[in-house]
Design a protein around this ligand. Structure first.
Ligand SMILES: *Cc1c(COP(=O)(O)O)cnc(C)c1O
Length: 384
């Protein structure tokens, strides 16, 4: 059996090496390392893939979120509602801009931000909602956009984990994750579904004016060379990363399909075990299905009930099966983001999930033998 990895980037590379190596070599030869033609080419191709008017590449996903908030003109003291159960980058940039993060609970079935909790957290100071499309499927965007409309709030989608996922409206219309809110942000960190070979990120919007503002912000607040109209940042996607991304983009749907196929096999092997709850697909998918496009499985995350989760993780690691705990501590309990305003009773789901979740290896190169070994090892542990 091939050695099991949490993410297998080497195997994926070997299948695109023939197109990728010359593309990287070309950047080195033509020396347009920053803002070269390849960055623009990738930007146009991603706009087309996503069906969005503007993609603004930047240095990483954390910057993408920060720049999106800067572009919207959010001001110190503005309250921004986001999920308690996510990677810290989401709340970090809110705090960094001296906005007030308002963490709220999530759903136990799809791990995404809870609609009632959002409504409860809205105050006259609320200016934005940041849904995180956690583990590869969209939050309930239809409800979120409705709340935002009625309270005049901005919606910034953290799409770092769901690039390529479709969101299906109740009328059947489909759109790509990250293109629904006023602005979307994504990451091209190597292990993300569309990952480069270093850091990278992008901001998406259909709003021409916001796109213009953001294009200046990523470039030191310049709209005209050496005229600095606003305080900006230096956040660029370099040409070599753009070459990697442009070579991978045509394969993104196939990559996501490979993840879904692995997820279906995991689900099949683990069904009917009382202590295991396999991931629920929500928007647009009643159950996991062959032509499902709502969940792109950035992570395949189980909940284990009545099982010592940490002992299971230790057992898997000891037998050569890497696994991840995303995320072990609710953000409202992290030192940097703790606040007297929070009431533990408002976080019953995140508090529970941080004890129950375990993510299994998930990437484009998993084979049947590996999946069989992983799932049978889990089942044997549970059955003692
Ligand atoms: C990865 C990730 C980010 C940050 O992306 P970087 O490119 O690492 O800065 C933000 N939010 C979520 C949910 C992520 O998974």
């Amino acid at each position: 059996m091939k050695k099991i990895q949490m993410v297998d980037l080497k195997g994926q590379y070997s299948r695109i090496k023939e197109t990728l190596d010359p593309a990287i070599q070309e950047i080195i030869e033509n020396t347009a390392f920053i803002n070269g033609p390849k960055v623009h080419e990738f930007q146009k191709n991603l706009e087309q893939y996503l069906g969005v008017k503007h993609v603004i590449p930047c240095a990483n996903g954390t910057d993408a979120l920060q720049i999106a908030m800067m572009g919207l003109g959010l001001k110190p003291g503005d309250e921004v509602i986001t999920a308690d159960f996510t990677f810290a980058a989401t709340v970090e940039v809110i705090a960094l801009l001296q906005l007030t993060p308002v963490l709220v609970d999530v759903n136990q079935d799809d791990f995404n931000i809870n609609i009632e909790a959002i409504e409860k957290a809205i105050t006259p100071k609320t200016k934005a909602i940041v849904p995180v499309h956690l583990f590869g499927q969209c939050a309930n965007m239809e409800a979120i956009m409705e709340i935002a409309k009625s309270h005049n709030l901005y919606v910034i989608e953290d799409n770092a984990q769901a690039i390529g996922a479709n969101y299906t409206y109740s009328n059947g219309n489909k759109v790509k994750a990250g293109t629904i809110g006023h602005v979307g942000a994504t990451s091209f960190f190597p292990s993300k579904n569309l990952g480069c070979y270093g850091d990278g990120g992008a901001i998406f919007t259909n709003d021409d004016e916001l796109a213009h503002t953001i294009r200046g912000i990523v470039n030191h607040g310049m709209y005209e060379r050496y005229h600095h109209d606003v305080v900006g940042v230096n956040s660029r996607l370099d040409s070599i990363q753009a070459a990697v991304l442009d070579a991978k983009l045509p394969h993104l749907d196939a990559y996501n399909k490979a993840r879904q196929t692995a997820a279906i096999k995991y689900n099949e092997a683990l069904k009917g075990i009382d202590q295991i709850i396999t991931p629920k697909m929500s928007n647009g998918c009643i159950s996991i299905c062959d032509n499902c496009d709502c969940h792109v499985f950035h992570q395949y995350t189980l909940r284990v009930i009545g099982v010592d989760r940490d002992a299971l993780a230790g057992h898997l690691n000891a037998l050569g099966i890497p696994c991840g705990i995303y995320y072990p501590i609710p953000l409202h309990n992290q030192k940097a983001y703790a606040d007297d305003r929070y009431d533990e009773a408002d976080f019953t789901v995140t508090n529970k999930l941080t004890r129950e979740v375990i993510s299994l290896p998930m990437h484009t190169e998993l084979d049947d033998e590996q999946i069989e070994y992983i799932t049978s090892t889990i089942i044997k542990f549970i059955n003692g």
